[in-house]
Design a protein around this ligand. Structure first.
Ligand SMILES: [Zn+2]
Length: 218
């Protein structure tokens, strides 16, 4: 679940400081409305009680979305000048967080450092776009009777490939192979040629005979 904290907020216009509640830990899977706020660059937006001006809290927060392998340490834009310092802080906090979350954190989740509003919002919006393409693909694959191979989300993101891939077993019960994945992708693209991420992945697979399949989601 998501957690709030209290900070002493200072309006950039120099008004009197005030106490404000902000989100310090956001669980994107469990709090979709907060995921939307981060994606819309509205998270931890405060209203000054004196001048009614809007400004963002000068406080870091953690954005966690285990289903997508996202663990983001988000620092205010003004912290960027001291990136190395905050990178060290992130490494320390990551160790404490791992202990606090116990087995709830996927073991291969890598923490990522963000500053300001734009980059974390861009990541979440790009993930939403990719998820839509996967949804369309899975609907087409179901119609065509193709099997699905689900890739670890963080791995797919780093490689820029779809997180769910179709394959066409040559006989019943055949496991996924490079060859039956190429066959599955060809059938998919023959039925729907707008799935551009799948065309790119097929081109890459064909271009390199040694290319191994990406690791499966567990
Ligand atoms: Zn103010």
């Amino acid at each position: 679940m998501s957690i709030k904290g209290v900070i002493e907020a200072r309006c950039p216009k120099g008004c009197e400081a005030f106490e404000a509640e902000i989100w310090s830990f956001i669980h994107g899977d469990k709090s979709p409305e907060l995921r939307e706020a981060v994606a819309a660059k509205e998270c931890n937006l405060l209203v000054c009680p004196e001048c009614q001006g809007l400004f963002f809290a000068e406080a870091p927060y953690i954005y966690f979305e285990p289903a997508a392998d996202i663990l983001a340490f988000v620092f205010p834009e003004s912290f960027r000048a001291e990136e190395e310092r905050w990178r060290r802080k992130m490494a320390e906090d990551f160790i404490s967080l791992k202990k606090a979350l116990g087995g709830k954190m996927p073991l291969d989740t890598e923490p990522e450092l963000f500053f300001g509003l734009d980059d974390i919002a861009a990541l979440l919006n790009a993930e939403a776009y990719r998820a839509e393409e996967v949804e369309v693909m899975e609907a087409v694959a179901a119609e065509l009777g193709l099997c699905l191979y689900r890739v670890r989300r963080g791995f797919a993101r780093r490689l820029g490939i779809p997180a769910s891939l179709p394959y066409a077993p040559a006989r019943k019960g055949e496991v996924v192979t490079r060859a039956n994945m190429i066959a599955g992708l060809q059938k998919l693209l023959a039925a729907n040629d707008r799935l551009t991420a799948y065309q790119s992945y097929l081109d890459g697979l064909r271009a390199s005979a040694e290319q191994a399949l990406p690791p499966a989601r567990v």
